[in-house]
Design a protein around this ligand. Sequence first.
Ligand code: GAP
Length: 442
Amino acid sequence: MVFKGELLKMDSMERVVSLCKRRGFIFQSSDIYGGLSNSWDYGPYGVELKNNLKRAWWKANVYERDDILGMDAAILMHPKVWEASGHVKNFFDLKSDCKSCKLRFKASDLKDKNKCPECGGQLTEERAFNLMFETNYGAVEDKESVIYLRPETAQGMFVNFLNILDSRHSKLPFGLAQIGKAFRNEITPGNFTFRTREFEQMEIEYFVKPDDAEKAYKEWVETRYQWYLNLGISKENLRLRPHGKDELAHYALACTDIEYKFSFGWSELEGIANRTNFDLKQHAQYSGKDLRYFDDSTKERFYPYVIEPSGGVDRATLAFLVDAYYEEKVRDDIRVVLKINKDLAPVKVAVFPLLRNRPEIVGLAKKIAGGLKKNFICVYDDTGAIGKLYRRQDEVGTLFCVTVDVQSLEDKQVTVRDRDTMLQERIGIDKLKEYLNTKLTI
Ligand code: GAP
């Protein structure tokens, strides 16, 4: 019997936050010490989802293209990098502190510049607050040893431009891609993992001839928008928002944000910017190295322009979670189901014995799970009644549940249940791998 449940799309962030904790996707950092605010740890399902997302990004941008190379730069870089990039001078927010409750506010968020929105106390004058985390490099703590945790991965690619040209002889247009941690001492972090002080970015620096920049910029906006749609984000929850001239970062000629409609409003998942030749020129000036590209055909040397699609791993992970979260009415019951794309789903298959007090059934189920584990992310579970086991897997988005029953011992078949349709099919154990392979590669 098949129940086509009524879909109830919930957009409440609270329910997703609760699911994340309940099922081990995301936990508060340092929980047993009362938690470090706005800092989050990815648990067993969260890390799988996040890794799948990064893998999908890397596959689409590095493996499936001929013009992009991957790299992984160090988080700690020469402090001059951040002088050249403009972060030391320009990467700050204006903030005010409350003299009574000591809370700190971003000046642009304040309606009344003098009065604390929390306790009504008096606010200090606005002061510039650099968002980069400072630390000391090496054993001596002095002015010379000051170094920054990178606030973006991008600069690691600009400072390796020459190394890539020398080692790979790449021809324009070509790009570099990188995924890694970035740190910003945000004044107003919040909305779960949306704005945090430690986060992961997935960035591309795509180098082009200056005359080709406009066209490449438009293409990248479209390509990146499609990537989210291809992985299943609902079209009505995704939009492109070109920046006004007054919003542009100090290095950008143009920028378009890809935004997701969270319950707290339309918010940026990724920005695609035309960074011109700003960064290469700056690093050439500060390092004294010639970072111009030599064009064999015209015999000209010039600084390429850069188109930069820059996305947040944590923000994308959150958007995919929220978008996939459903509460579905099945008879008189509500099932929570994560209808997440098959490539992103943390677990692909779960195997259960229908009767856990029958050693032959348990043994066969374990054997089947052991075999599947070689090809798929597969879990074995016998810690509850079948209905409970199904619900548990639905909540984390497991695509298929395989049940071994008494009949399986006789006919060598198992019941395979599809997460979304809840349709059940009897499949021969010897055909199971092929069946799942076909379903998972469509
Ligand atoms: N290299 C360009 C750059 O860093 P950005 O718009 O400042 O541009 C790019 O950041 C992406 O990094 C954002 O679209 C967002 O997804 C992510 N991001 C930025 N700050 C973040 C924060 N505090 N918490 C989580 N993600 C953040």
